[in-house]
Design a protein around this ligand. Structure first.
Ligand SMILES: Cc1cc2nc3c(=O)[nH]c(=O)nc-3n(C[C@H](O)[C@H](O)[C@H](O)COP(=O)(O)O)c2cc1C
Length: 469
């Protein structure tokens, strides 16, 4: 699937979708994207968002660095009215890499400056920033922490994958699970992080429950003993406590949102013959996946995710961003790609199948809760036609807001261009070749972290490419 993207115009891509039996639609006119949308009593000036995209460019103590400021200011002047800031750790040991942002009091001044400069960049370009919502994603990387893994439960399927905190080795059978006391202390850390976000001027915090990080893993902790495992009531205890405490303590001073996996899927490994991703062996019932049908986990079962969204909405979560899969063991689910991360598996499906999975599952969630604003993902693979698909999805009621991830690195002003030109520039779009993901994981020989960006479209990142190891 080196480059499965060969379409010259909307008719080409629409025709191929039809041929493949994928009901992805494209709307020629983009006006609907530039209509405002209400989020928790606030207004976002259009229906385009920038998804969280980690740049791995914070200082060792989690303060935004020079490249963080540059990236965010480019997002600010890009025209999307929701900037959903990247993963920022609630505790030092919860970082997925040592150059991740950290939401701690000591970083308050720099975080406030980041928000101020992002807003300023937006106001300079568009004359108004009151309709711009800026959020930050609160995270604990759980199994993927860079210092040492924190696992919610042992899983024969997931434990076989190497993790950064054990220098790429799998989780041993006697590795301790994160204790209930530790989880309780983390609830305090999330509240503290939300307070830091509020003081810094963020409009919302996202309690991240996706991509196999700790709160996502807890949702699937059927086999875990104690207060946080077993029944759905226990598995959702952590997110409930966090949301409840933030809402009770900070009230309407900051909105609460959540990026939620609705389908974890089954981990994949590289097939030695084809080089493609293939599901690992598993037993039925498959109890290790959230939103996965226990009798056939390669199919979704959204009944629990729907119950969760219903309950969290009534606790005051104002907006959801819907995602699927894990960048560690099912990247084709999270971000449909042409070229894989170096050394990893080739996509086992045509990327349009992955794009449509995102659209279909988001559509199912949005239709179940039509008044709750939801964001969809998986748009970047569509390149210059992504806004046309977004407009069609929004017009049909299948999603309220379209978010872009990789495209935001490549083409941060995609929203402004769509408005001015009525179309996107094919020379600026993301090529889905996994360069940014390669960078996110890379270290130099000298032991320096490589920052993540788009070396194809942004010359600032070209020099770092040489460093990819
Ligand atoms: C380099 C890189 C960094 C990312 N960082 C985050 C992150 O901090 N938080 C998050 O929820 N998702 C993150 N993602 C996932 C994206 O937000 C997005 O869901 C994914 O790329 C699919 O959307 P797209 O097709 O528009 O790229 C990241 C993806 C990449 C490639």
């Amino acid at each position: 699937m080196k480059n499965a993207f060969t379409y010259k115009n909307l008719e080409d891509i629409a025709g191929d979708c039809k041929k493949r039996g994928l009901p992805i639609r494209f709307e020629k006119h983009l006006d609907i994207l530039y209509e405002p949308v209400e989020v928790g009593g606030r207004k976002a000036g259009n229906r385009l968002a920038i998804h969280p995209m980690e740049g791995s460019d914070a200082s060792a103590d989690g303060k935004p660095g020079e490249l963080t400021f540059r990236r965010w200011k480019r997002f600010g002047s890009g025209g999307a009215k929701i900037i959903w800031g990247e993963a920022a750790a609630v505790a030092p040991e919860g970082r997925s890499n040592p150059h991740q942002l950290m939401m701690r009091k000591e970083n308050s001044a720099e975080l406030a400056e980041l928000v101020k400069q992002t807003r300023h960049a937006h106001r300079e370009k568009f004359g108004i920033a009151a309709d711009l919502l800026i959020g930050i994603q609160l995270t604990h990387a759980g199994r993927q922490c860079s210092e040492k893994p924190f696992i919610a439960f042992h899983s024969p399927v997931h434990d076989s994958f190497g993790v950064p905190g054990l220098k790429g080795k799998p989780i041993p059978a006697d590795y301790p699970i994160a204790s209930d006391d530790y989880l309780k202390s983390l609830e305090d850390a999330y509240l503290e992080a939300a307070r830091v976000a509020k003081d810094a001027g963020f409009d919302f915090v996202d309690i991240k429950q996706c991509h196999s990080y700790l709160p996502n893993e807890l949702l699937a902790a059927r086999s875990r003993p104690g207060d946080y495992g077993g029944s759905l009531k226990n598995r959702r205890r952590f997110i409930f406590n966090v949301v409840r405490r933030i809402r009770e303590t900070l009230g309407d001073e900051i909105l609460v949102a959540s990026r939620l996996n609705v389908y974890d899927g089954v981990p994949h490994k590289k097939d030695s013959k084809t080089g493609e991703g293939a599901p690992v062996a598993y037993e039925i019932p498959y109890v290790w996946g959230w939103g996965a049908d226990q009798r056939n986990p390669q199919k979704e079962d959204l009944s629990e995710p729907k119950k969760l969204v219903e309950a969290l909405s009534s606790l005051g979560v104002a907006m959801f961003s819907i995602s699927v899969g894990s960048p560690y063991w099912s990247p084709h689910l999270v971000r449909p790609f042409n070229k894989p991360v170096t050394g990893e598996y080739l996509s086992p499906e045509h990327p349009l199948v992955g794009v449509y999975r995102h659209f279909r599952l988001t559509d199912e969630m949005q239709r179940a809760f039509p008044i709750v604003p939801m964001l969809g993902a998986g748009y970047s693979w569509l390149r210059q036609f992504l806004l046309n698909a977004a407009a069609a999805n929004i017009a049909e009621g299948g999603v309220a807001i379209a978010g872009v991830g990789r495209t935001a690195f490549a083409y941060p002003d995609f929203a402004a261009d769509g408005r001015e030109r009525g179309t996107l520039n094919s020379r600026k779009v993301c090529l889905a070749d996994s360069m940014c993901s390669n960078m996110l994981r890379a270290w130099t020989d000298a032991g320096e972290k490589v920052p993540a960006g788009c070396p194809v479209r942004d010359s600032k990142y070209k020099p770092f490419c040489k460093e990819l190891k």
